[in-house]
Design a protein around this ligand. Structure first.
Ligand SMILES: C[S@@+](CC[C@H](N)C(=O)[O-])C[C@H]1O[C@@H](n2cnc3c(N)ncnc32)[C@H](O)[C@@H]1O
Length: 249
């Protein structure tokens, strides 16, 4: 099992209320596809033993963690849960889904607009006729418009965690390139007992509301709702999140 994938999973545990939001959204859905399913956090939470859940993920080490997580489910849940290794920009699955989800900022992993468009198009093709495509990202509007936002953040401690019997201090540093809408974040893992540390780079490309609306339209999707938090609060330019629900046009 990869240490990098395990440390990543320990650091990125979702946003408060996001799983419950997706659970509400999937009420009544018989088939759910999660794009960028990671270590199975959301996928396992959506599995209820009566609906089928499919996770699409590109990283083999992360899929191994998800397999481990799914093994803890009941036999009925396990029968209806599947992991597929693939790229969420270009994929073809035989079945169509009531819900296609892209949770927890996964859209920002796509560094070019054309990749995001390809992803939205593939999501539309994977939907049943009255299905819903939903995703959430941190709201980049405040950062994008703030003249005071620093371009580079020095390494800052964010958390301390235990992994395989060792304690790690976790540091985050980021670099903003507003012209390219890029925020490149690096996580540093320093073992307290000394020894070899580890760095994990997470480059991100953020998308503002106007670009998302354009991409939805070009992908043949129609905006159904936009929220600013996981309780269903209205989206505003200062909201913490941009949460989008879209349907096929
Ligand atoms: C921020 S994580 C979200 C994980 C999970 N959805 C959750 O909410 O905990 C994004 C995931 O998307 C995966 N990913 C990034 N680009 C991808 C791509 N083009 N195709 C498939 N998976 C991708 C990453 O490996 C990572 O596991």
């Amino acid at each position: 099992m990869s240490s990098e994938a395990e440390l990543y999973a320990l650091t990125h545990r979702g946003n408060p209320g996001d799983l419950e939001f997706y659970q509400r959204l999937c009420r009544g859905a018989r088939t759910v596809l999660e794009l960028g399913s990671g270590y199975g956090r959301v996928l396992a939470g959506l599995s209820d033993g009566s609906r089928s859940v499919v996770g699409l993920e590109c990283d083999a080490a992360v899929i191994a963690l998800a397999r481990r997580r799914l093994r803890a489910l009941s036999p009925a849940q396990r029968r209806l849960a599947r992991l597929v290794q693939g790229d969420f920009r270009h994929f073809e699955l035989a079945e169509r889904f009531d819900r296609v989800l892209l949770p927890y900022n996964a859209l920002y992993c796509l560094l070019r607009k054309r990749d995001a468009l390809a992803c939205f198009r593939s999501a539309r093709l994977a939907l049943k006729p009255r299905g819903v495509f939903a995703f959430d990202v941190w709201n980049a509007a405040p950062l994008d418009r703030s003249a005071r936002a620093r371009n580079a953040h020095e390494s800052e401690p964010i958390v301390c965690l235990a992994h395989r019997g060792r304690m790690y201090d976790v540091f985050e540093r980021s670099r903003l390139n507003r012209a390219r809408k890029r925020v490149d974040v690096t996580y540093g893992y320093r073992p307290r007992d000394g020894g070899q540390g580890l760095e994990v780079a997470i480059p991100q490309r953020y998308f503002l509301v106007s670009e998302i609306d354009e991409l939805l339209q070009r992908a043949g999707l129609v905006l159904a709702a936009r929220y600013g938090d996981f309780r269903g609060g209205r989206y505003t330019a200062n909201a913490p999140h941009q949460i989008v629900l879209a349907r096929t046009g």
